[in-house]
Design a binder for this molecule. Sequence first.
Ligand code: PLP
Length: 408
Amino acid sequence: MSESATGDAHGVTGDAGPATGAAGRAGREIDPVAAGSGDGTRAVRAGLPEPAKYEPTLPGPVFAAHYHLPGDPTGPYTYGRDENPTWTLLERAVGELEAPGRGGAETLVFASGMAAISAVLFSQLRAGDVCVLPDDGYQALPLVRAQLEAYGIEVRTAPTGGDAQLDVLDGAKLLWIETPSNPGLDVCDIRRLAEAAHARGALVAVDNTLATPLGQRPLALGADFAVASGTKQLTGHGDILLGYVVGRDPEAMAAVRRWRKIVGAIPGPMEAWLAHRSIATLQMRVDRQSATALAVAEALRERPEVTGLRYPGLPDDPAHKIAARQMRRYGCVVSFTLPTRARADRFLDALRLVDDATSFGGVRSTAERRGRWGGDAVPEGFIRLSVGAEDREDLVADVLRALDASAA
Ligand SMILES: *Cc1c(COP(=O)(O)O)cnc(C)c1O
């Protein structure tokens, strides 16, 4: 695996962002031990406050619609839609993982991944601007496209593979990248695309949901924003929705913050706290799930009824070369196609350790026939399999047994 994305994991500084925000930002000192450490150490310590006698290590959720506020209404905590101390700690944690040692980066958490995605797009683009989206990305992007166009924004699309977005960049204001793409698992070269976009004056946002910050760090690869759904592997238990935006430009992030305030797409304190608690185990989960995903992909590769197998960690996967350059872990999602819709349905039905459910990244394996939603351009027998934290041998055996059982 490449270390290219880890080269900046030193030089710890506090937040150099605008002094107008929360105390959490003003007083943001990234823990020097964690920032100079490995991913596991950083994950368990991410965002923790300074130890205080008789205080818990991770303070519990703060439930507050408003705060005591005598006198002039200045920050950090005024009203619950603007700021919350539980978000502040989570935002620090995510920032330490996405941009360790990058003092200037700012993080904002949202109610969901779509809230975070919409916040970047709708706060940065104006009527007449050009935006470039992948045509093989998350299934809600066509809905986003329709809304952008309704506001007079020109949307161009191109596939993720082969860096095809390069060809439609001229005149663009914002380039949106999703790599690896969901559900097709194509990969594009973030650094190359970001350089090309910046040369044309465009901003670059990367949807980092599938990789997680332990799989790739878009800001270190040149992107202006790392955006993700925390609903998936970041929190990893399939029990909350969450999103985040990490950005390095204070003005752009001020606009994203303003968008969150006016739309009110804010996470509840309980969700924010659960997310922070879950991040402590992120490295263990991601390491184990990606190792098992590779084992599952290797087992599927041997099966004649499986076609179109994709996993960026497989050495002979079409995306592996670029993935190896920019990713540090290859994720927990494997995709492949069975000959027919009926075969795929029988396979899903025969699985015992894998739930037939949408979404991905959880500790319990899930799989689904993606074509049932109708949004993605995938064959009827296309399966997206999210590998959980079960024992590797058990899971591989279950998948192979279900393939046998579905043959009839
Ligand atoms: C799930 C997902 C989203 C949307 O996230 P929500 O939390 O469901 O709103 C966006 N991008 C990708 C790649 C996703 O997988």
